[in-house]
Design a protein around this ligand. Structure first.
Ligand code: AP5
Length: 218
């Protein structure tokens, strides 16, 4: 199974991808996580990506495409994968299609998570991430028991640089201008499945699962 998890920042792509990896036993391939890992390690790619990411702009296509082409060749991707946050531009979608075409493969489905701006604004401004275990909390929906401290491991929580208001505004502009056109791109190719991303996490998952089941019976 080769899936694309699609939607604006905060739509729940990462959350739902993690849940699907358990059902399908295939990896989640998140360009955001790979890039954040590179920033943390201080690699050349990380240093280049950081300035774009911190202000909420997209990292250049050639950087991201190279990362994905390398990652998809790894052994754990041979049975399939869930792409989380890639592709984000038509150039990236075309590069993915060419790379898969060379292997005689294609994407099975694109799950488009729909959500209103006011809802994702709360999810992103309220998100606090544990600096040690990565557990996410949210000041609006799931506040930590002690302010600034992770409920799971007791380490300090931090506010992602790109979850600051100005960066969120830029991420939304980038999404609408550069990424949203992919909805039409994948609709024309008969791959798009749209799901309401505003419901409870488990309800969103059930809807995705039902849509994928319907697809597999066709
Ligand atoms: P990336 O890490 O991909 O960030 P994003 O997509 O902008 O945003 P999120 O990861 O926050 O959103 P999500 O949809 O995964 O939601 P999540 O499940 O986390 O990218 C970061 C940056 O890297 C980009 O801005 C860009 O600079 C660069 N980049 C990455 N990929 C790139 C590419 N292909 N090309 C160029 N540049 C690239 O959920 C968000 C919050 O909401 C969480 O706290 C979660 O717990 C909560 N939540 C989730 N679902 C629900 C629900 N149903 N109800 C209530 N809360 C929920």
């Amino acid at each position: 199974m080769r899936l694309i998890m699609f939607g604006p920042p905060g739509a729940g792509k990462g959350t739902q991808s993690k849940m699907l990896t358990q059902r399908y036993e295939i990896p989640q391939v998140s360009t955001g996580d790979i890039l954040r890992g590179a920033v943390k390690k201080g690699t050349a790619v990380g240093l280049e990506a950081k300035s774009y990411m911190d202000r909420g702009a997209l990292v250049p296509d050639e950087v991201v495409v190279r990362i994905i082409e390398d990652r998809l060749q790894e052994a754990d991707c041979q049975k399939g994968y869930i792409l989380d946050g890639f592709p984000r531009t038509v150039v990236q979608a075309e590069a993915l299609s060419r790379a898969l075409g060379r292997l005689g493969k294609e994407i099975d489905a694109v799950i488009n998570l729909e959500i209103r701006d006011e809802e994702l604004w709360k999810r992103l401004t309220g998100r606090r991430v544990c600096s040690h275990c990565g557990q996410e909390h949210n000041l609006f929906f799931k506040p930590p028991q002690r302010e600034g401290v992770c409920d799971c491991c007791g380490a300090a929580l931090f506010h992602r640089e790109d979850d600051q208001e100005e960066a969120i505004r830029n991420r939304l502009v980038a999404y609408k201008k550069q990424t949203e056109p992919l909805i039409q791109y994948y609709r024309e190719r008969g791959k798009l499945m749209t799901v309401n991303g505003e419901k409870e996490i488990s309800q969103v998952f059930d809807e995705i699962w039902a849509a994928l089941e319907r697809m597999s019976r066709q």
